[in-house]
Design a protein around this ligand. Structure first.
Ligand SMILES: [Zn+2]
Length: 265
């Protein structure tokens, strides 16, 4: 190899590789070191970015988790808070819904709120478009008996009112809460279960009269008419109230009688 003399410093730029005895230019080696340094810096930078990214992802996951937990806690607290509010104030009827009647209930309505959480879901009833009439389907059972049934753990049905064999009226839950009686119309109806002496499902005279009075009172409270009386049958096709599904004329007569009661006040 010819070494060209390039001035006094040129010699210093050469040294012998200890491994192979090959002379290597010092400048090349320095460049190599710089290159290695660059690669190393790149590796470090990439590592730093990767760590930063994973930290950010972790933080995001943590935030999402915390957010979800907070939302769940808020929802639970809210529902319990609302329920507690309603249970604590049994006489109140105007706290939840939009235009709910604030006039006190007449003394012939016996308010006995149920506290069975399977049936009393505490879902607000915010509008009342119709009154839904049912029959209890258990001949000879009393209003109190049916109310206690609604209040049994594991039973997941309940109505706002039960009209008994003697004409007694028990109210099981406030008017501003949804009942569980009328399928998809739970959300905008007040439900009335009616007791009956036998299998036909026909209401006795005294029960009938009490039902008419109750329906008329509710119509006045919510600005409805006798035309807003519906049967469970009209919603789901269920044969309820049995006699008044099988006897259309009896159903029409019931609505008429509610209309007369409404007009007479
Ligand atoms: Zn029914």
């Amino acid at each position: 190899m010819v070494v060209k003399y390039e001035g006094p410093s040129a010699k210093e730029e050469w040294e012998t590789s200890s491994a192979f005895g090959i002379p290597v230019r010092v400048r090349d080696r320095q460049e190599e070191q710089r290159e290695q340094e660059r690669v190393w810096q790149e590796v470090k930078e990439r590592r730093r970015l990767r760590n930063a990214l994973s930290r950010r992802r972790q933080r995001r996951r943590l935030f999402a988790l915390a957010g979800a937990a907070a939302a769940a806690a808020a929802a639970v607290a809210f529902s319990f808070g609302l329920r507690a509010l309603w249970y604590a104030a049994p006489g109140r009827e105007s706290s939840g819904g939009a235009d709910f009647p604030s006039s006190p209930s007449p003394d012939w309505i016996d308010q006995q709120w149920i506290d069975n959480a399977d049936a009393r879901l505490g879902i607000p009833l915010t509008e009342v478009k119709d009154l839904a009439v049912h029959y209890v389907g258990n001949p000879g059972s009393s209003a109190a008996g049916n109310r206690n049934y609604f209040n049994t753990e594991g039973v997941d049905v309940c109505s706002h009112f039960i009209v008994g064999l003697e004409g007694e009226v028990i109210q099981c839950l406030p008017l501003n809460e949804q009942s569980v009686a009328t399928n998809q119309r739970n959300r905008d109806t007040i439900s009335i279960e009616v007791c009956h002496p036998d299998e036909t499902g026909e209401f006795s005279e005294v029960t009938y009269a009490s039902l008419v009075r109750l329906a008329a009172w509710l119509c006045r409270q919510f600005g409805l008419t006798q035309e807003n009386l519906i049967r469970h049958y009209d919603v789901s096709g269920k044969l309820c109230p049995l006699y008044y599904v099988q006897h259309e004329d009896a159903w029409e007569k019931l609505k008429q009688d509610v209309g007369v009661a409404l007009a007479s006040v």
